[in-house]
Design a protein around this ligand. Sequence first.
Ligand SMILES: Cc1cc2nc3c(=O)[nH]c(=O)nc-3n(C[C@H](O)[C@H](O)[C@H](O)COP(=O)(O)OP(=O)(O)OC[C@H]3O[C@@H](n4cnc5c(N)ncnc54)[C@H](O)[C@@H]3O)c2cc1C
Length: 449
Amino acid sequence: MRIAIIGAGPAGLYLGAALARRGHAVTAVDRDPGPHDGARWERRGVMQFHHAHAFRPTVGDALQREVPEAMERWLGLGAEPVRGGPPGAPETLQGHRSLRETFERALRAAACETPGFELRRGHVDAVIERDGRAAGVVVDGASHEADLVVDASGRSGRVTRELGPRREVGGPCGMAYVDRVYRLRPGAEPGPMVSPMAWQGDFDGYLALVFRHEHGMFSVVIARGLADAGLRDLRVNAAFDAAMASIPGLDTWTDPTRADPVTDVLAGGPLLNVYRSQCTEDGELVLPGLVFVGDSVATTTPVFGRGITTTLWQCEALISLLDHDTTDLAGVTLAYDAWAEDVMRPWVEDHILMDGDRVARWAGRDVDLDAPLPSDLILRAAEQRPEIMASAGGYLAMAALPASLREAEPIARELYAGGWRPAYSPGPSRVELAGTVAEALSSTGSRPG
Ligand SMILES: Cc1cc2nc3c(=O)[nH]c(=O)nc-3n(C[C@H](O)[C@H](O)[C@H](O)COP(=O)(O)OP(=O)(O)OC[C@H]3O[C@@H](n4cnc5c(N)ncnc54)[C@H](O)[C@@H]3O)c2cc1C
């Protein structure tokens, strides 16, 4: 079968390589020129490319299953497997320390070496429609015929939007964030961690995270309410530096005697939680012969580092359906849509509830006992009621859907109804942090760009 893929991010590369390995003729088209040896890969089409990424073990597992050469290359480029686990239990793989750039370089190189996979540089202008079905793509004005068209153009892809609105839930979640990449100096020990992969602090009005990458590099992320103007200027280096020095935990990680910044502060846009079906509101396929995968189906905020996992799992689900049937592509797409409704949508809905509620609490609202408890509050309740963790393992590892954590909701609800609230991590509140930011700007004469 001739397959045209719009976009060569994680979805387009992984799916394209796996389908080419099965003998299909795959062309992936991406507007990005690709990396140049040695130089930083700018990758302007993917705004989160240089932002903090954590790689769950599910990502390496999916690579091993479908594109094992990418796994080999990823390790060769420096990805560091992290092993660990609860005290007394056998150690298991917890994930990989890596920059997103390192991951994508490996996947791209492995895909491009796969016989039957072609990566073309170009802009997909439109999907060709013939006899009521997708028949290829228009690339920079020229037609490219295909039996199946895959839209892997990411969360902001626009090219297929003119075909009509898809059924969707979610949108911007009211959170924004900044982050910055650092590197530990030779001999410097890492700062505090709450898990083998990350450190997290839940402060009064904001969230701070540290994700470790390869070769001593790490990203510090601060997520805040989008409407919180007082923290907006954290995007200025001097303000971010002052914030780092004032937040316990981050002060250790970013101590200038132990770590050096590798980038300026990277300002991210508003964060999204969106699920989009293959179908329009009235349940019809957008266009038979056209399938959506990756972030163009399910986008979640980076708070739990789930995006690449949900992306690769979608590709695997589609591959498995195509392994059984390449004649009834509309039927395959409907079956894939039904799978995504059952397995992808719950993760997005989990984030919609959790991130939206967190933003409301940052702005001063109490725990809402009239609504379902968000997953983060159920997990925090385990500090008082450890039996909650019996329902949490599958959810945390993404081995069970978010509904599995709901079993523990009554226990958590009882605790919150009794007045208990999780303590904030020790450190400045958002109002105090905003004061630090304002002071740093005025004392250094820095102005937001
Ligand atoms: C701030 C942030 C942090 C994140 N952190 C994590 C994390 O810690 N862990 C994790 O697992 N996930 C994380 N994610 C999610 C992860 O980045 C995405 O799930 C992943 O990028 C999805 O891959 P994709 O291939 O679907 O889309 P993308 O990576 O967006 O790739 C889409 C590609 O399509 C191309 N394209 C679009 N339109 C066209 C066109 N018309 N013609 C040609 N090419 C086109 C683009 O150039 C791009 O190369 C994060 C996301 C964000 C926003």
